[in-house]
Design a protein around this ligand. Structure first.
Ligand code: NDP
Ligand code: OXD
Length: 308
């Protein structure tokens, strides 16, 4: 079984890397931090520096450390080898926890009660029950569908939006740009779980916000570059949107000077909605390596033309 070289443009904490190497090892995958370029056949990539991957002349496949692959596809010199993204139950379960947490927070007016508590005010506020609240998921893929089913189980009325047609049970599904207005018109809590592509960049902006009903809330867990922060601030300040949870923002870490930090209607988390578990990714990588080394097609190969 070939070794897998870690290639990252970000500074990874040494203890964290040691744990990842141990987790991959327990799945039967030898993960290494150094080896001669000419011997590299497999890479585990996280924000690889542009041009670095093409230096591996014997490369057979690239494994993405994340579910999103924008951090790899933005390399203009990308070698033509399969790119395999992270797709594990663990990643979906963690994402679902986050989405359900934030959707319930806005559904049950968590920010309003926090403000009342800060003023020592005992004031019951109304809220519809979940069945009468529509949650719309932009990007009804692996993670979106997992979160959608959990929200449905809580009792919410759930809708999804994708590129292609789908018929999830008990969930209204929309597809394509022509159906976006109808999807948005009914959505009271919007969850963004889209991959970052040229089509989805800046999608969370005024034209989209304007199509949501007044008082709608946003839970953004896709990619930061899908959001136009000034348009969000305008929509919150005008009262058109009631609240937003942002796990991802265009510049990460978010600069201390950003007005997003102090906004009373924003919940901020530092890109932790779901984090890749070393053991789960190790097991997925092992299956993919088994397939690659026996000439079978690996699963979860990215469609580079579509961009995700
Ligand atoms: P998938 O590829 O399984 O799902 C993507 C979904 O988006 C699909 O339903 C796809 O449609 C839809 N989509 C893509 N482009 C468009 C478009 N132009 N118009 C309409 N629908 C579109 O990805 P995952 O669910 O695994 O992951 C989604 C994203 O979540 C990742 O790319 C990443 O950016 C983000 N993420 C964030 C994390 C965090 O901690 N904040 C953690 C993990 C992931 P179709 O099904 O028709 O192809
Ligand atoms: C991912 C992420 O794409 O953590 O997996 O953002």
């Amino acid at each position: 079984m070939g070794k897998v070289l870690i290639v990252s443009g970000a500074n990874l904490p040494p203890q964290w890397v040691d744990q990842l190497i141990a987790d991959f090892g327990s799945a039967g995958v030898e993960l290494v931090q150094e080896m001669p370029d000419a011997e590299v056949q497999y890479v585990l990539a996280w924000q690889p520096p542009a041009g670095r991957l093409r230096q591996f002349t014997n490369l057979k496949a690239v494994f993405s450390f994340g579910a999103g692959v924008d951090h790899i596809l933005n390399d203009p010199h990308l070698p033509k080898v399969p790119i395999i993204r992270a797709v594990t139950d663990d990643l979906a379960e963690r994402m679902t926890e986050y989405v359900v947490w934030q959707v319930l927070h806005h559904h049950r007016r968590g920010l309003d009660y926090a403000a009342l508590q800060a003023q020592s005010k005992w004031r019951p506020l109304g809220a519809p029950k979940a069945a009468n609240r529509r949650v719309g998921i932009l990007g009804y893929g692996r993670l979106g569908a997992h979160a959608g089913k959990a929200l449905q189980a809580v009792g919410f009325s759930v809708a999804g939006w994708s590129r292609s047609e789908k018929s999830p049970e008990g969930i209204q599904h929309f597809h394509g740009t022509q159906s976006l207005p109808a999807f948005l018109a009914e959505t009271e809590i919007l969850v963004c779980l889209l991959p970052l592509t040229p089509e989805t960049k800046d999608i969370l902006a005024k034209p989209l916000f304007d199509q949501l009903p007044k008082g709608a809330a946003l839970v953004h867990v896709g990619r930061g570059e899908q959001l136009v922060p000034d348009d969000l601030l305008d929509a919150l300040n005008s009262g058109h949107l009631s609240a937003a949870s942002l796990d991802v923002v265009p510049e990460e870490p978010l600069p201390a000077t950003s007005p997003l930090w102090q906004h009373p209607r924003i919940v901020l988390t530092p890109h932790i909605a779901s984090t890749t578990d070393g053991k789960a990714l190790g097991a997925q990588t092992r299956s993919a390596l088994d397939a690659l080394e026996t000439g079978k097609p690996p699963q979860n190969v990215v469609d580079v033309a579509k961009g995700y």
